[in-house]
Design a protein around this ligand. Structure first.
Ligand SMILES: Nc1nc2c(ncn2[C@@H]2O[C@H](COP(=O)(O)OP(=O)(O)O)[C@@H](O)[C@H]2O)c(=O)[nH]1
Ligand SMILES: [Mg+2]
Length: 436
């Protein structure tokens, strides 16, 4: 993993620098404005600093990665053992992240403290035995004190024992935290294994920072609605997924944002003619926004409807909820896709964060067979355990896009922010479901 900071006059300039240096897969982890201080503030411009990271490393980058990892470790070492400052420990890479994670670290440290207290009772019982052992150890230590060399060795041993026991405790706590948030055990363990394998991790802070970064990298680049090179107008955006997950509500929210914030020309087509009132529901939203709606009963209805919107930017298509068990319904969807020949199609698979992992797996595997999708997770306000977002991302590799966290149109939706999800998974920050 490579983590670097880039400064530019604007956010875009700093991000471009990051992408040039780390490659297009680089993920922006933090953006901050740096205001000049002291006398210089009158002469210098405000800069934007972007912290970016990349996971997939080429051979060329591997050396840089270990260099960065050792810088992070050195900066943490310096904080813990100021006297042991080395010539290489001047960099403050990773320090910002460390600071950000302080609250998380405190939380986990609190848990360590609590579990320590719980164990105090047991400890009292064994106190007598321990006292004897300690006395023995002290005696031995006294003997060893006579030889300075031996004492140094014992000290080192004790320190490494302490470090490894703290490491084990930290691993347990982080595993507990992730699995309590329903990150699958397999993925939680994978994350821990990868960070332990990658570097010199000694403290809880250190470990938390690495897990946080790892999760962000695993959540990957988000893919909101956009026009890409080679896309044809109008770009056709399908919203698919099970019944009741919030497809229609999501279309209403996104139409409003695209229309009002991005000044795009939008039309809505609905093929959801199975459910009574489904057409009325989308028409109600569209009327408020003055967006045209076409109802597609059969694929041949498209022949008439499509030419009317050749100058539009986007046509958002609302579809009927599909059961992953109903083959007829999935065949209908395939037929609808085929009817849009020569168009640029894009599909968002809408999933509820409240659905069981086992069902989400089945649903995503059905859509994987039909087309490439991006994922939208809804109803984050209805659950605290959002591990399935990471699980499904890692199972399918589908890019994540939006997060919906309430029924309010158009407010309760945002482009997914990996930092917020990673923090929430580690038990920190104000998650999407907490009424932000
Ligand atoms: N709590 C919550 N409810 C939502 C969210 N998105 C949609 N809903 C509600 O879920 C219900 C079903 O939504 P709808 O858009 O009709 O789902 P569809 O069948 O997939 O089109 C409605 O009552 C929505 O208000 C969300 O993010 N959070
Ligand atoms: Mg609907």
């Amino acid at each position: 993993m490579i983590i670097k900071k880039f400064q530019g006059n604007t956010e875009t300039e700093a991000i471009m620098l990051a992408k040039e240096n780390l490659g297009k897969d680089a993920i922006v982890m933090n953006i901050k404005t740096i205001k000049p201080k002291g006398l210089f503030k009158f002469f210098r411009k405000t800069l934007v600093e972007v912290t970016a990271a990349v996971d997939e490393v080429s051979d060329k980058h591997k050396a840089k990665e270990s260099e960065t990892a050792s810088k992070i470790n050195a900066s943490i070492d310096e904080k813990l053992h100021p006297s042991a400052k080395t010539a290489n420990s001047t960099s403050d890479d990773g320090k910002d992240l460390e600071e950000k994670l302080n609250s998380l670290a405190m939380l986990l440290e609190e848990q360590i403290e609590n579990s320590k207290n719980d164990r105090k009772k047991d400890a009292l019982k064994t106190e007598k035995k321990t006292e004897k052992k300690l006395a023995d150890t002290e005696k031995k230590l006294d003997e060893k004190k006579e030889s300075g060399k031996d004492t140094e060795k014992t000290k080192e041993k004790d320190e490494s024992k302490e470090t490894s026991s703290l490491k084990d405790k930290s691993i347990d706590l982080i595993m507990e935290q992730l699995t309590a948030n329903e990150v699958s055990y397999q993925y939680a363990k994978q994350i821990i294994d990868e960070i332990m394998h990658a570097g010199n991790i000694r403290t809880l802070d250190d470990m938390l920072a690495c897990v946080y970064q790892k999760i962000i990298l695993k959540l990957g680049q988000t893919k909101p609605i956009s026009f890409d090179k080679g896309d044809k107008k109008p770009k056709i955006i399908f919203f698919v997924g099970p019944t009741g997950v919030g497809k229609t509500t999501t279309i209403a929210k996104l139409s409003s944002k695209l229309l009002l914030d991005e000044k795009k020309k939008i039309a809505i087509f609905t093929s959801d003619t199975y459910r009574i009132a489904a057409v009325e529901q989308i028409k109600t939203y569209a009327n408020i926004l003055k967006i045209p709606v076409e109802v597609i009963y059969e694929t041949k209805d498209l022949d008439k409807a499509l030419p009317k919107y050749s100058e539009y930017d986007y046509i958002l298509i609302d579809t009927a909820g599909r059961s992953h068990k109903n083959k007829e319904q999935t065949d209908d969807l395939k037929a609808l896709y085929n009817a849009f020949e020569d168009c640029t199609l894009f599909t968002y698979l809408v999933l509820s964060a409240t659905t069981k992992y086992k069902d989400l797996k089945k649903i995503t595997s059905l859509y994987e067979d039909i087309t490439e999708c991006c994922l939208i997770f809804t109803k984050l306000d209805e659950t605290d355990a959002i591990g399935n977002i990471l699980n499904i991302k890692l199972d399918t590799g589908m890019p994540l896009s939006y997060i919906s966290y309430g029924q309010n149109v158009p407010d309760d939706i945002e482009v997914m922010n990996p930092q917020i999800i990673a923090k929430q998974l580690l038990g920190g920050g104000d998650g999407y479901g907490s009424g932000r």
